[in-house]
Design a protein around this ligand. Sequence first.
Ligand code: AMP
Ligand code: MG
Length: 339
Amino acid sequence: MTHISSNIEAAASLLKAGEVVAIPTETVYGLGADATNDAAVAKIFEAKGRPSDNPLIVHIADLKQLHPIAGSVPKKAEQLMDVFWPGALTIILPKGEGLSDKVTAGLSTVGIRMPDHPIARNIILEAGLPIAAPSANTSGRPSPTSAAHVWDDLQGKIPLIVDGGPTGIGVESTVIDCSVQSPVILRPGGITQEEIEAVIGKVQMDAGLLEQSQKPRSPGMKYSHYAPIAPLRIIEGSPAFFKEQIQSAKERGLKVGVLGIHEKQSDYEGADIILTCGPNPRLQDVAQKLYANLRKFDEYSLDVILSESFPREGLGQAIMNRLEKAAGHQVIKEDGNTK
Ligand code: AMP
Ligand code: MG
């Protein structure tokens, strides 16, 4: 039986007792468990159906919790913590002591983040434990940005969902590997490459993110993810080209959804369902509504979903990364190249 409440003490007690609890953070909802307890961490993988080779991020609420779980903290990692913690940045460090091996999926490194959400922070402090938490969705589904999304995926599988309302950022944290000489971004997310570079200088994006043929260094990035039921296609081109794509799908008798921009609604004539990312399509608004929209399409029995593409800079890097994964990298380009 799954309860929804906002009771921080109840959440902390369950975590201390080795249970899993869904917790709101500023990025997406997380499914938390005591990161030092093998049996508790195993429950996360079981509830989500998550492959066991995909490591979990450990969440802390106080720098005192960093040791002993991090083996060492390089200078650049320290600079990033100073500026971005609490916040949407996960830092990969050499693994220290005391964590369940299941958290790190056997790796010699650990991903650590200090979330910037009062409920998450209070639950972690009250439990007095480092909390392992992936996104609180069934593996493969879009990440949850509301308690209702968690309920849809995990009701009956976990004892408690802590409701903190819709999440602010809407996409997951940025993951940066600081266990190597030159830090590398393994997953774009809530903190942008530009913001990171302003603090520690030039950083690389993992080649596995840029090129399909390369194996990503973040194990989780190799799995298909975020996908709605209907196939999703990203359209890159002019408004007229987008219109043509809708018309051609309609001519084939398909029921068409559009993930669009509010201001461009007249370009989507003929589509059966149009979901947009806020009246003002700033990238923050697109990110905040992205997963809710991807989930909503599942209510309409669509045959295909056509999506706008967004600039691959700032938060657009994370948005396009998630969209491309949701689309299985199907990008239809006006210049004729289908990526
Ligand atoms: P999730 O919490 O479901 O949003 O996923 C966490 C992401 O962080 C996944 O892509 C993991 O593969 C990645 N991650 C966690 N720990 C590590 C690590 N030690 N090394 C590399 N990637 C990691
Ligand atoms: Mg996830």
